[in-house]
Ligand binder design. Structure first.
Ligand code: THU
Length: 162
């Protein structure tokens, strides 16, 4: 079982579109609503139709009611452009309490959600994780982030064909 990812030290290696996505995800940290954790996460996802949908983490005083930036962005993208493949998602984080010198990797629940969209679109969704120092961790497809994943296939309320 392998988890494949690689790091790029220089943003210039990425395509212009990807560099813009990274910049947007950084900006989105400033739009997070994270008064409880003071951990500000931004996400930006590029869709196949060229649209970019942005998200930031949204917290709530009833703690479990909040949502990570990645899911805010992915759910918004799917709500606004149903079925439109998500090609690349960039994720950045900023904190008042610590320096983010390691990339912030999507939590388990976000991996599960992103994977379902990736499987449905039958094309990879690339993930770009940034650090404050500037290096980018690249994961070519979500399935690399979630080996032995649960698949909701059998749950779909569709005729089995039998
Ligand atoms: N968070 C994200 O938005 N994305 C991640 O990948 C990790 C965690 C948020 C959730 C919560 O608002 C705060 O960061 C601290 O966990």
């Amino acid at each position: 079982m392998h988890i494949r990812y690689y790091e790029v030290e220089d943003m210039e290696v990425l395509s212009k579109q990807e560099q813009e996505l990274v910049a947007l995800s950084r900006q989105m940290c400033d739009q997070a609503y994270a008064p409880y954790s003071a951990f500000y996460v931004g996400a930006a996802v590029l869709l196949e139709n060229g649209e970019v949908v942005k998200g930031s983490n949204q917290e709530n005083g009833a703690y479990p009611s909040g949502l990570c930036a990645e899911r805010v962005a992915a759910f918004a993208a799917s709500a606004m452009f149903p079925g439109m493949p998500m090609k690349v998602m960039a994720v950045s984080a900023r904190s008042n309490r610590m320096k983010i010198d390691k990339p912030v990797s999507p939590c388990g629940a976000c991996r599960q959600v992103l994977l379902e969209y990736e499987l449905a679109q039958e094309a990879p969704m690339k993930i770009l994780l940034t650090t404050e120092a500037g290096s980018i961790t690249v994961i070519d497809q979500v399935r690399d982030l979630l080996p032995l994943a649960f698949s909701g296939n059998g749950l779909k309320n569709e005729p089995s064909g039998e």
